[in-house]
Write a protein that binds this ligand. Structure first.
Ligand code: ADP
Ligand code: MG
Length: 703
């Protein structure tokens, strides 16, 4: 026996910050592919969580498969090859388990799939089960398994990683990632936990290193659950900590006092054509107490469509104007800004309140004089779109900001407007009702006021779901409405036919309706591409009642207020989110006349039907938002703007209610004790917060 060679020096331990290419199994080429998907360091690799797991409970024998159902099957590859059907080329891989045979097929040649399998490979495939001559799955999600990865083995849980075609092409499929992760643990340097032992104990959390390992290589279902809980807690905790610190920072800011209601408020109030609802009075008191508090107002006014947010904003700005300070009202669209302008002017008529409108389409001369008056303090209130945040806009004394439909603006845009004053008060308004678990996260740094009462004169809106065959009935209703002197909206999902193949398009439909089903009626057309002037003209004609039917896209979604409009028809309703349809529907039933909302469902079988039925069944915005959130996730509710919560990976704002509550309490307690995270023991928390939310810390100082 030859002498044992001298033991090679142990390779250095990998720190969490080390580049991935130093991990065994990852060279420069794979490191580059990983970087493309945002995995640059060892730590990123640890936080690249499996997207799901295979175990005995979610794998089915082939003989048990049900046609039409989603399933995961485990088997051996017994054959593969390309074949031609009459119309196209398919690539087929046949797999077998103890109970039967299943074909997996890929269309369009399936070139990329060709070299993925060898006969005898063990694979897991997931997809919808179909029957075409024999059992098959089309384009299934697949994963190769190693000898040791047997999900059928009792207690064995096999992680599947998120993948892209590129990762797969470079050999970074789930199987490889499992091997890489397995090799990583032995070489990993100590992984410090940002939570202290007493903290972990208090909240029943396993240690970070342990939780991460269990997430990638679970020993048991229980260990996996505990690990998932720990990492969800982490995510929610830091998001809530962000909220808590922001809130503290905002509350620490001194705010201008406006102690008196002032003469303008009295005048407007006395001239109102209606009585305020109890909710409006309550919210006005809340705003007033902010104005009196000496702290900066940072408040969200949440009220369902039609609950009367505008008049509340007007009365609050009148308090500010009475003290000779200025208000800015920012709306997401020109149409809405114009409408606010009309509403604010109308309700404050004969009071001497000086109001102007500034949008992208304001004529240069007019713009110049508005900007001059604004700077000189000759204006009390400026209403507008994004145009308000341009650099050339300077206020004499901006003390109050109202942001309408605030979820349409990013934090930065709001911030730019705020910078135009000296810590101005902020009132953000939204008609998107948000379920509570989401609200405490999304608006966790704000005080919330609720307009939870509709004006008494509001009539009911009846909603029905129709098929395209029933359109003649719908057009008959529109005609009848016009004959009774009422107006209708017809809303389309897209402007042009070419945009998305099979959808009804506003522009061509407008011409067809005018020539055919709705001939003789006064039709008008509106979409987001018209010039500001044209939009204004169309809206003015509709508001005045000169137009019977407004054919449009969803530009009318928010805020449009024409009480004489009683009927709305929405084409391809299945294409819209529930919240969006609720907003659209909010355009009718705004006066004393009952409204009718007709949703045309053209495609999408049961799922669409179920969703639309929710709208037909309720007009409660909260219920609808809740359903939408469950069906489509928070991104749909708020669009793709930066909020922080899109950074959650395991955390789920809809289903983690209990964890969120606990994490929030813990985070707020911490912020109470150490609002700059300056204490030594909180330094690790500060580092994590900075690395996750650096861009969201605008008001916060962490030291
Ligand atoms: P939203 O909250 O959706 O922005 P608006 O402020 O546009 O609602 O108000 C909707 C309509 O209700 C407007 O025509 C407004 O003048 C009217 N309105 C507001 N408050 C009341 C009230 N207390 N009683 C009757 N009508 C009201
Ligand atoms: Mg509104």
């Amino acid at each position: 026996m030859p002498d044992k060679p001298a033991a090679a020096p142990a390779p250095p331990r990998l720190k969490p910050g080390a580049a991935v290419q130093y991990v065994k199994g990852i060279g420069p080429v794979r490191a580059e592919a990983l970087q493309q998907v945002g995995i640059a360091t060892v730590s990123d690799l640890l936080y690249n969580f499996p997207r799901r797991y295979l175990d005995r409970r979610n794998v089915q024998p082939i003989s048990d498969l049900k046609i039409g159902a989603e399933a995961t099957v485990l088997g051996k590859v017994i054959g593969q090859g390309a074949r031609r059907t009459k119309r196209r080329q398919v690539y087929q891989v046949t797999i077998q388990d103890d109970s039967g045979v299943l074909s997996c097929v890929w269309f369009r040649g399936g070139d990329w799939i060709r070299d993925k399998f060898k006969t005898g490979d063990r694979v897991a495939v997931s997809g919808r089960v179909e029957y075409y001559r024999h059992l098959q799955m089309v384009h299934p999600d697949f994963d190769l398994l190693d000898e040791g990865d047997d999900p059928l083995h009792p207690g064995k849980i096999v992680p599947l990683y998120p993948g892209t075609a590129d990762l797969r092409a470079r050999g970074l499929d789930s199987r490889r990632l499992r091997r890489i992760m397995h090799g990583l643990w032995d070489r990993l340097d100590a992984l410090p936990d940002h939570f202290t032992a007493p903290f972990r104990q208090q909240y029943g959390l396993p240690e970070l290193a342990l939780a991460l390992r269990q997430l990638h290589e679970p020993d048991s279902a229980e260990a996996l659950e505990a690990a998932t809980h720990r990492l969800k807690f982490d995510e929610h905790f830091f998001l809530q900590l962000l909220m808590a610190l922001r809130r503290r920072a905002l509350q620490a800011q001194e705010g201008r006092k406006f102690p008196e209601r002032g003469p303008l408020v009295e005048q407007i109030y006395r001239a109102l054509p209606f009585e305020l609802t109890g909710a409006q009075i309550r919210v006005l008191r809340e705003l007033r107490s902010d104005f009196q508090s000496g702290r900066v107002m940072n408040r969200l006014l949440q009220g369902d469509v039609g609950s009367g947010k505008t008049v509340v904003a007007l009365l609050a700005s009148a308090m500010v104007a009475s003290a000779a300070a200025q208000t800015a009202v920012m709306a997401p669209t020109e149409i809405l800004a114009e409408q606010h302008y009309r509403a604010f002017r109308g309700l404050s008529r004969d009071t001497g309140m000086r109001i102007a409108l500034l949008t992208g389409s304001t004529a240069p001369d007019r713009r110049k004089s508005i900007l001059r008056d604004l700077r000189d303090g000759q204006l009390d209130l400026l209403i507008g779109t994004h145009a308000l945040i341009q650099e050339t806009v300077t206020f004499h004394d901006l003390a109050f900001i109202v942001v309408d439909e605030q979820h349409r603006f990013g934090v930065l845009q709001r911030g730019k407007l705020v910078e135009k004053g000296i810590t101005p008060h902020l009132l953000a308004m939204t008609a998107t009702p948000i379920p509570r678990t989401l609200a405490i996260t999304y608006h966790g740094d704000m005080d919330v006021s609720l307009l939870d009462e509709l004006p008494r004169n509001r009539a009911a809106v009846e909603t029905s779901v129709l098929t395209a065959e029933q359109l003649p009935e719908a057009y008959a209703l529109i005609r009848a409405a016009a004959e009774a002197g009422q107006q209708s909206f017809i809303v389309y999902p897209v402007i042009d036919d070419s945009e998305q193949g099979d959808l009804q398009a506003a522009r061509s439909a407008y011409k067809e309706l005018q020539a055919g089903p709705l001939s003789g009626l006064q039709l008008a057309y509106l979409d987001g591409r018209l010039s500001g002037e044209e939009k204004e003209r169309v809206m003015a004609a509709f508001t005045s009642g000169a137009t019977d039917v407004l054919v449009s896209t969803t530009v009318i979604e928010v805020g449009i207020d024409v009480p004489n409009a009683t009927l709305m028809l929405v084409e391809n309703a299945e294409r819209f989110g529930l919240t969006q349809l609720h907003q659209l529907r909010g355009r009718i039933g705004r006066g004393e006349l009952p409204g009718r909302c007709l949703l045309i469902q053209r495609a999408g079988a049961e799922e669409a039907e179920e969703r639309l039925a929710i709208l037909a069944a309720t007009t409660d915005g909260f219920e609808i938002a809740d359903a939408d959130l469950k069906l489509r996730g928070p991104g749909q509710l708020f669009g793709s703007r930066q909020h922080g919560f899109e950074r959650l990976r395991l955390g789920n704002l809809v289903t983690d209610g209990e964890i969120i509550r606990v994490a929030r309490a813990a985070a707020f307690e911490l912020a109470e004790k150490d609002q700059h995270l300056a204490q030594r023991e909180h330094r690790p928390l500060k580092n994590v917060l900075m690395s996750r939310y650096r861009d969201q810390l605008e008001f916060v100082t962490v030291k």
